[in-house]
Design a protein around this ligand. Structure first.
Ligand code: DGL
Length: 279
């Protein structure tokens, strides 16, 4: 059974892997976290593309049937390049699924009735700089105002496992200044970074109740499931009895012990036997 390859700059993409494993329980996965070079989000587009190509190449060499770019920054910067480099292996990023989730969560309205009430995207510096989310959301609904905010400190806090820490609320308040009151808040807050779903509860405590908080994990899993069905590559359809037991392999480019320890925060289940690899 060929596995699905998933990569991220670090452990945050385990939130996407968790959604994939839940949606596709018959599939095997290889997850690669490029922990030695995290963060991607503060690097130039050229560097992110180079790293993403190397990570995808490693998965490609492991004979995966499909590559998921769980990293928002790499998806925003390098999706087309990866598709061209690894064709015919399909490559799926998280930006389009995230944009779909955000626009679906917004109520229809005209520019006047929406006022400021569009989508606020929280992401890394590199993702915000490239504007990929704004383009993808407005391609679905040109009337929706889209605002973006780079929140680099959240990546560091999540990587440290400091999720239920009083400092988180202070930092979120700072990043969301100008978006917190009822008349200034967005309709939808899009978590446009792998690491941010772990702060969902803290964000929901700060924002007015009617703000929908969405991320790309489950919509990405839906896109992958659809692709496997359409291309008849779904392991659920394998005729073999007994079916091979699905497995999940974890690879990291540095700090395998830390990956296993902190990875649990993102994956929501134990992460074990992490293998050290060099790209
Ligand atoms: N994986 C990155 C993303 O989703 C966040 C961490 C990083 O900056 O590398 O954008």
């Amino acid at each position: 059974m060929q596995p699905i390859g998933v990569f991220d700059s670090g452990m945050g993409g385990l939130t996407v892997l968790a959604a994939l494993a839940e949606r596709l329980p018959d599939e095997s996965f290889v997850y690669l976290g490029d922990t030695a070079r995290l963060p991607y989000g503060s690097k130039s587009a050229a560097t992110v593309s180079r790293y993403a190509i190397q990570a995808a190449q490693h998965l490609h060499n492991a004979q995966v049937k499909l590559i998921v770019i769980a990293c928002n920054t790499a998806s925003a910067v390098a999706l087309d390049e990866l598709r061209a480099a690894f064709a015919p292996t399909p490559v799926i990023g998280v930006v389009q699924p995230g944009a779909a989730a955000a626009s679906a969560a917004c109520k229809p309205g005209n520019a006047r009735s929406l006022g400021r009430r569009g989508v606020l995207v929280l992401a890394t510096e590199s993702t915000v700089r490239g504007g990929a989310y704004a383009r993808a959301i407005q391609a679905r609904n040109a009337r929706l105002p889209v605002y973006s905010r780079a929140c680099p400190l959240l990546v560091a806090l999540a990587e440290e496992g400091r999720v239920d820490d009083p400092v988180v609320a202070l930092i979120l308040q700072d990043y969301l200044a100008g978006y917190l009151s009822a008349d200034q808040s967005p309709q939808t807050l899009l978590l446009g970074c792998t690491h941010f779903p772990v702060f969902r509860r803290a964000l929901e405590r700060l924002l007015p109740q009617d703000v929908a908080v969405v991320d790309s994990a489950s919509t990405t899993a839906g896109v992958v499931a659809e692709h496997l069905e359409q291309s008849q590559q779904s392991s659920a359809d394998l005729g073999a009895t007994p079916k091979p037991k699905p497995t999940i392999r974890f690879l990291a480019t540095d700090g395998v012990e830390r990956f296993a320890r902190v990875g649990r925060t993102f994956f929501g289940a134990p992460v074990s036997d992490v293998e050290l690899v060099d790209l």
